[in-house]
Design a protein around this ligand. Structure first.
Ligand SMILES: Nc1ncnc2c1ncn2[C@@H]1O[C@H](COP(=O)(O)OP(=O)(O)OP(=O)(O)O)[C@@H](O)[C@H]1O
Length: 202
């Protein structure tokens, strides 16, 4: 099985798009992995992904398929219960207004509608839930950093004076952001509070 999962998600038309009649839906579902796209010349092309989330899909579907395996892989236990954390990355890609922020955050990060909350708050809850099941003798530290990559430059969103963070690799081939701010968080609320601060500084 591949280490990379690629999905497509379609959002519903907005009320403005519906009202203006300016946009029409040009895809048709074939199944949960394949859709058919009809271009302006009415020619059809078929596209397949690991999973296609159609407009009726909900945030929990996306989390369970895409993010939950990554959260769990971070907590794989092996001999002597040492944690063999596997690094994970989730990337959203798409044109402006496609729904990237909605998928990642939902309508907001703090005190969000339970059904609409996005990947970020769900991953945070998932991580702390995994920890709560762990052996009591195991101690965890969770640290949070937040950066923006823009025009080839990495900027620390938790300390805007650090506007050119260097990406480095250490001897054990871990990728590091040199000097990036790390906040230690002890529960989901604290983590989400810190993540939402980014909106005030960015
Ligand atoms: N799956 C969805 N269900 C309902 N509404 C959605 C969905 N996806 C996106 N939207 C809505 O569509 C609008 C645009 O989405 P969003 O802001 O997430 O786009 P974006 O890709 O982050 O855009 P930009 O690149 O401009 O920041 C928002 O009003 C959002 O609430």
């Amino acid at each position: 099985m591949s280490n990379i999962t690629v999905c497509a998600r379609f959002r519903p038309l907005s009320s403005k798009e519906r009202k203006d009649n300016s946009d029409s839906v040009c895809i048709r579902s074939k199944d949960t992995e394949t859709f058919i796209f009809k271009d302006e010349k009415e020619e059809e092309s078929t596209f397949s992904f690991d999973r296609v989330f159609y407009e009726e899909s909900v945030q929990a579907d996306v989390y369970e398929f895409l993010a939950l395996p990554i959260v769990r892989d971070g907590f794989i236990l092996y001999e002597a219960d040492a944690v063999m954390g596997v690094n994970g990355t989730i990337i959203t890609y798409g044109q402006t207004g496609a729904g990237k922020t909605y998928c990642m955050e939902g309508p907001c990060i703090l005190e969000c509608d339970e059904q609409k909350k996005g990947l970020l708050p769900r991953v945070v809850d998932g991580l702390f839930e995994c920890i709560s099941y762990a052996d009591e003798s195991t101690k965890y530290t969770i640290k949070l950093s937040m950066v923006e990559v823009y025009m080839e430059k990495v900027r620390d969103l938790l300390d805007l004076t650090k506007d050119n963070i260097q990406i480095k690799e250490n001897k054990v081939q871990e990728i590091l952001l040199s000097g990036v701010t790390e906040i230690t968080v002890s529960d989901p609320e604290e983590a989400l509070q810190s993540l939402s601060v980014r909106h005030k500084v960015a």
